[in-house]
Each structure stands twice: as C-alpha cells, then as structure tokens.
Design a protein around this ligand. Structure first.
Ligand SMILES: [Fe+2]
Ligand SMILES: [Fe+2]
Length: 306
C-alpha cells in the first residue's frame, strides 16, 4: 500500500524513525529529486568505470589478470544497469534520457574517471585506492539508506565491490614485491592517483546537506575521507612507497595522520567535464553506446514468451 505524508515534517519524522521509502510511495518532490540525482551520479560512475576497465582487457598482462579484468568489467557495467533501472523507476527520466545527458556532458560522474589510466601501475592504483574509496562511500550509504530500492541494489553491488577491493590488494602486493622497475612504475601511479582518489569523497559535507538529513548518506564526506587516509597512508608506507603530500605528518597527540592542504581546483574542473581526459572519455562512452545499439535492437526483436 503506497504511503503519503501530510508535510515535510511528518516525512522527516518517518525517516528519522528509520522508515524506508518505496518507489510507489508519495514521497516529497525534493526527496525524489535528491535521491534520483544521487543514484544517477552513481550509475554514470559505474558505467564510466566499467569502460575504463574494458579499455584494459587487451592490454592487461597475463591470462590470470585478464580474466579478472573481464569479470570486473562485467560487474561494473552490470552495476550501472541495475542503478539505471532503479533511477528510471523514479519516473523523472528514462534510462535513454539519462544516457543522453551523460553523453552530452549535462550530468556528472565521479572525478577519478576524468583522468587517463596510462600504465598497468595506474590500473593497480585505481583498483587499490579508488575501489576502496568507492566501497567505503557505498557502505556508508547502504548502512542507513532510507530509499528501499537503492538500498537493496547496493547490497549486491557492495558484495561485488568487496571482490574488486581484494583484487586491488592482490595486484598491489604483487607489484610491491616485484622488480625495481615495477615498483617505480607503481610509485609514479601513486603520485598520479593519490589526490584524485582522495577527492572521490568530495569536499567537506555542508551543514544542511539533505543527503545526510534524509538518511541517504550516513556519514559526512570528510569523515569517510579521513578513514581512508588513516588506512592507506600506513599501508603504502609499510610497502616502502611514499605519499605525494609534503604536508602529511603523524600527530602524536591525536594519534592519527594529518594531510596537507587539499587543492580542490582539479575536482571542480571535473564537475564541469574539464578534467584531463573528460572529453575523450565521454566521447568514447557515447561511441560505445552507438556501436552496441545492434545488440539492443536484436534483443528487442526477441519474442517474449506468453
Ligand atoms: Fe561497481
Ligand atoms: Fe568496482
């Protein structure tokens, strides 16, 4: 039975009491907009991430790694489509409209997919640093998410993202125990990807952030970012790698790592599709959608059993 609320206050009380909103409920427009935009951003990011992974299928060294990259590509594209379905069910845009907006640069996707992965070391840095950051963000949403369909979809996505994170750890260990050349390649990748990965969490959450107020997110961006820093600084250092942050230091009183000042300009450029690789990536995603249209057309012609 779809539910309705008489006022925003009543709706917020429902959310604060742990209430879960379902797709047919008569939710306030502001809530529908905020949840929809959040899921659309997530779906776009999964698609763009999947295409990054796909780029590496022919270039991945060795059969063992290649099989893992194939599986990860399928996972990410699958995540994108699950999320586009959940978003489309909210009846604000169709999946086709969401994809058109993405390809026209009208909607956003995560900052890390606005950069180019140039070497195998970069791919390892992405799997190790970025997948962990994405997983931490998704877990924080899943923990307390008030929108039922998104929460249920996240359960499946998070299970698969956990494998991606383990894959990243495995790749990192192998390269860390590799030759000097492999280690220096990975160090260069850490230098390139440290700051974009850290900025995946976004700027500090604003005091009135509706995503927090309406229990879509359960944790502030800066708290998630800090948790990631506390995990990855000692981990990378223990393998003899350095962090490209001259301001980084350990505070004995606070018993934690403190990072230097964050330059937010590169992140802001990705918000307006002005990242180093934004144009190529968006163009490539649009071409890919066009090239694969025959598959969708063929599937549309498959008779549905009565
Ligand atoms: Fe994913
Ligand atoms: Fe992933």
């Amino acid at each position: 039975m779809p539910r309705a609320w008489n006022s925003m206050t009543e709706f917020e009380e429902f959310l604060d009491g742990g209430g879960i909103v379902e797709v047919d409920d008569d939710m306030p427009d502001e809530y529908r907009d905020a949840v929809f935009r959040f899921i659309e951003l997530h779906a776009n990011s999964e698609l763009m991430g999947g295409l990054t992974e796909r780029d590496w299928i022919p270039r991945t060294p060795g059969l063992r790694h290649k099989m893992a990259v194939l599986a990860k590509t399928q996972d990410e594209i699958g995540h994108a489509h699950l999320l586009y379905m959940v978003a489309a069910d909210m009846k604000l845009k169709t999946r086709q409209e969401m994809l058109e907006d993405l390809f026209a640069g009208r909607t956003r996707f995560h900052n890390v997919f606005h950069y180019q992965a140039k070497t195998w070391g970069d791919q390892i840095a992405i799997a190790f640093l970025v997948d962990a950051a994405a997983l931490a963000s998704q877990q924080a949403v899943f923990k307390n998410c008030s929108y039922g369909p998104y929460r249920r979809t996240l359960r499946r996505i998070i299970a698969e993202e956990g494998f991606h994170m383990r894959l990243g750890e495995d790749r990192m260990l192998r390269i860390a125990e590799g030759t000097d050349k492999q280690r220096s390649m990975f160090q260069e990748s850490i230098d390139r990807w440290w700051w974009p990965s850290l900025q995946l969490f976004g700027p500090d959450s604003r005091p009135g952030d509706v995503l927090l107020r309406w229990h879509i997110k359960s944790e502030r961006n800066e708290v998630l970012r800090d948790g990631w820093v506390q995990k990855f600084v000692p981990l990378l250092q223990s393998y003899g790698f350095t962090i490209p942050d001259p301001g980084l230091h350990y505070d004995d009183d606070a018993e934690k790592w403190i990072i230097g000042e964050i330059d937010w300009e590169p992140l802001k450029r990705t918000f307006v599709q002005g990242g180093p690789d934004s144009a190529r990536r968006i163009g490539d995603a649009a071409d890919n959608w066009e090239r694969s249209s025959w598959v969708r057309d063929a599937l549309d012609r498959v008779p549905v059993p009565a």
